[in-house]
Design a protein around this ligand. Structure first.
Ligand code: C2E
Ligand code: CA
Ligand code: CA
Ligand code: CA
Length: 277
């Protein structure tokens, strides 16, 4: 044990034990959170920039923690990825998104729900089967979903990622490269992977009307995406000025606080009814 070691090591091991104890309790808490129904599905609408029509929504998870309140994904997603818990969470998000898509379709609203996938999900050989099962159980066609994958998730194991993505694509699911421009992805992967959409990271969009460098990056990314036959989406639109600028550059879709912050999934139908671009 730590006490049997030298003085320096005692400090180190004590700190380590404390850290692993905390991780252990976070993992336990996450596991309990599923059973206690503490996760909440939030969604952010995706809008056609030319017409203002809502055509999709991105699923974003929140954790309604009994003591800590609404916990944002940055606080637990990285940990969930490290421990493999993300697969449980992704499964929950997929299931909830399917319920939402089904409810919307019943009201005549055909919105594509975007689900975020992580590296661990792409390494899961059963992911395509899980999706097929969910689509069948909720009576949905594959066009109900778009899967968002970051460049770094692909780069972790490009060969395996490509295999999974190809199977998902063959099923008819849309694939999107998330946070485009922030990873160290090579354009060669963009060429090889069966993607339908490219999502420009919000760091280039947030302040683009005041930053000529950002403007140039965004313009080039839109052209690159279009030249490759992809739909281009901008995230992080916080003002009408940025919306107009993106529209003039030919960007297809957008999301951002200007249109809507992420809202609880059960409020989406009401939001859509009131939405006037
Ligand atoms: P992301 O996939 O890049 O999601 C976009 C993030 O930008 C969301 O943060 C969203 O709330 C935020 N955002 C949207 N519009 C604006 C805007 O106009 N201005 C600003 N400043 N921010 C905006 P959120 O919900 O906190 O999620 C953070 C990240 O956590 C996500 O980044 C995603 O990587 C991860 N995440 C969220 N939910 C899930 C999930 O269910 N599964 C996985 N694997 N990751 C998730
Ligand atoms: Ca995303
Ligand atoms: Ca993103
Ligand atoms: Ca991100």
């Amino acid at each position: 044990t730590a006490k049997q070691r030298s003085a320096g090591a005692v400090v180190y091991h004590a700190a380590f034990d404390k850290a692993s104890e905390q991780s252990l309790s976070l993992l336990t808490e996450l596991r309990n959170a599923v059973e206690r129904n503490e996760f909440r599905l939030f969604v952010q609408p995706k809008i056609m920039l030319g017409t203002g029509k809502a055509v999709g929504a991105e699923a974003l998870v929140r954790w309604a923690h009994p003591e800590r309140g609404n916990v944002f994904p940055d606080q637990f997603i990285p940990f969930a990825e490290q421990t493999g818990f993300i697969r449980v969470l992704t499964r929950w998000v997929m299931e909830q998104s399917a319920i939402l898509a089904h409810e919307l379709a019943a009201r005549g609203l055909n919105l594509k729900i975007s689900v975020n996938l992580s590296t661990r999900d792409l390494m899961d050989q059963d992911l395509p089967v899980k999706f097929a099962d969910i689509l069948a159980r909720h009576q949905l066609g594959p066009s109900a979903f778009c899967l968002e994958i970051t460049e770094s998730a692909i780069m972790d194991d490009p060969v395996r990622a490509q295999q999974t993505l190809e199977r998902l694509h063959e099923m008819g699911l849309d694939l999107s490269i998330d946070d485009f421009g922030t990873g160290y992805s090579s354009l060669a992967y963009l060429k090889r992977l069966p993607v339908n959409e490219l999502k420009i990271d919000k760091s280039f969009v947030l302040n683009m009307e005041n930053d000529i460098g950002d403007t140039k990056i965004v313009r080039s990314t839109i052209d690159l995406g279009h030249n490759m036959g992809l739909r281009v989406v901008a995230e992080g639109i916080e003002s009408e000025a940025v919306w107009r600028l993106l529209m003039r550059m030919g960007c297809d879709q957008g999301q951002g606080y200007f249109m809507s912050r992420p809202i609880p999934a059960d409020q989406l139908a009401a939001w859509l009814e009131n939405w006037r671009p």
